[in-house]
Ligand binder design. Structure first.
Ligand SMILES: [Zn+2]
Length: 167
């Protein structure tokens, strides 16, 4: 499976307003329910809905990426699942505070939940900041290109000064 590019997720982050949109996905049974149209729902499949949910994922697929999932905690999006993929193993290939903790959802303490939520919100905030920074860089570059493209602005200024001197 392949991780989704960060800029593709930008719209979601902008809309999510500090992660409130999917707050309900903190609950593993709700994450499991999101896999209604999941293709791997056989009981012996390592990536059946309850196993995906147990590994922190919920379903965000759409027509072009029908098996796309997102981790509630690290926000990473993965698609291209194979029937024998193990969600914990696949998830562990990337840094994630939930996976690092190594507990199943039913083993999480209230303290764990608060810490994970802190890290989740910090991640969302950082992503929003990075997206804004990229936007500002692009605006800066565009303004710079316009200034450079102005017709002989430096030469004209010199000519005006030298004409004044001659008077
Ligand atoms: Zn994660």
């Amino acid at each position: 499976m392949a991780p989704r590019k960060a800029n593709q997720a930008k719209v979601f982050y902008t809309e999510s307003l500090m992660g409130r949109v999917d707050l309900v996905m903190a609950l593993a049974p709700v994450r499991t329910q999101s896999f209604e149209d999941w293709p791997f729902d056989e009981s012996d499949s390592p990536c059946r809905p309850d196993k995906m949910s147990e590994a922190g994922f919920y379903f965000v697929g759409y027509s072009e990426e029908p098996d796309l999932v997102r981790c509630y905690y690290c926000r990473r999006e993965l698609g291209g699942w194979e029937p024998n993929d193990d969600p914990w193993t696949e998830h562990a290939r990337r840094p994630c505070p939930f996976i690092k903790l190594g507990k199943k959802p039913e083993q999480l303490t209230v303290e764990d939940l608060y810490r994970l939520e802190d890290e989740r919100l910090a991640h969302i905030f950082m992503t929003q900041c990075e997206a804004k920074l990229e936007e500002l860089k692009e605006t800066g570059k565009s303004v710079r290109d316009k200034i450079i493209g102005l017709p002989n602005s430096t030469t004209n200024a010199k000519q005006t000064r030298s004409k004044r001197k001659r008077k």
